[in-house]
Design a protein around this ligand. Structure first.
Ligand SMILES: [Zn+2]
Length: 202
């Protein structure tokens, strides 16, 4: 069970918990194993206290492979992302205050960021003088429906770096866990800035 991928998820959990982005067992993480399977966090575990035994393997449809653990309900969104883009190697889903509040302040389905130096933390950006668009899906407890909305949106225009779920949190990803962590940290910083800017303008 001890391998680089499972260790990377456990380590990400410690760091994310230290940032306060996954309170009260919220959130879930995953890492791609191969074309048809991934490690995901089991349901209900505190993300700062994960061990490799709190992870299970699922196939590309989110079905459990050889484990008695229960996967998170949101596993379907992780496996949808892996199916949509072969270059995605890790997905981190957080329930931070900034993503929760900002996704409620922004009424449209797209958060537009502009003018921040930290946009350069997102792969492909080399200037503050560009526009970063982050899609916002409305929250639902129907993960099949949300996964389908993600696929429909992606078919029109592939998403980059992450997306928000309104009043709920952020999904961030990268080609590997290192890049997923950088995108998560960059987006969380940008969301905190934008939330403050919106509130100050009110
Ligand atoms: Zn969630």
């Amino acid at each position: 069970m001890s391998d680089v991928l499972t260790h990377s998820i456990v380590e990400a959990g410690r760091w994310i918990d230290s940032q306060g982005w996954c309170p009260a067992t919220g959130g879930n993480f995953s890492a791609r194993i191969d074309a048809s399977s991934a490690w995901v966090t089991a349901s209900g575990r505190h993300k700062g206290e994960l061990t490799p035994y709190d992870l299970l393997r699922v196939d590309s449809h989110g079905q459990v492979i050889n484990s008695k653990l229960k996967p998170s309900a949101e596993t379907l969104l992780h496996t949808a992302l892996y199916a949509l883009d072969v270059n995605i190697g890790a997905v981190l889903h957080t329930h931070s205050v900034a993503s929760t509040v900002l996704s409620r302040l922004e009424a449209s389905n797209t958060l537009v960021l502009h003018g921040y130096e930290m946009q350069k933390s997102l792969s492909g950006n080399n200037t503050h003088d560009a526009t970063v668009a982050i899609h916002i899906f409305n929250n639902t407890q129907d993960m099949q429906a949300l996964a389908q909305q993600l696929k429909n949106t992606w078919a029109k225009s592939p998403l980059q770096w992450g997306f928000l779920v309104r009043g709920h949190g952020l999904y961030a990803w990268g080609k590997d866990m290192v890049e997923a962590r950088r995108h998560l940290e960059g987006l969380e910083f940008l969301f905190a800035c934008e939330r403050d800017m919106m509130l100050l303008k009110r």
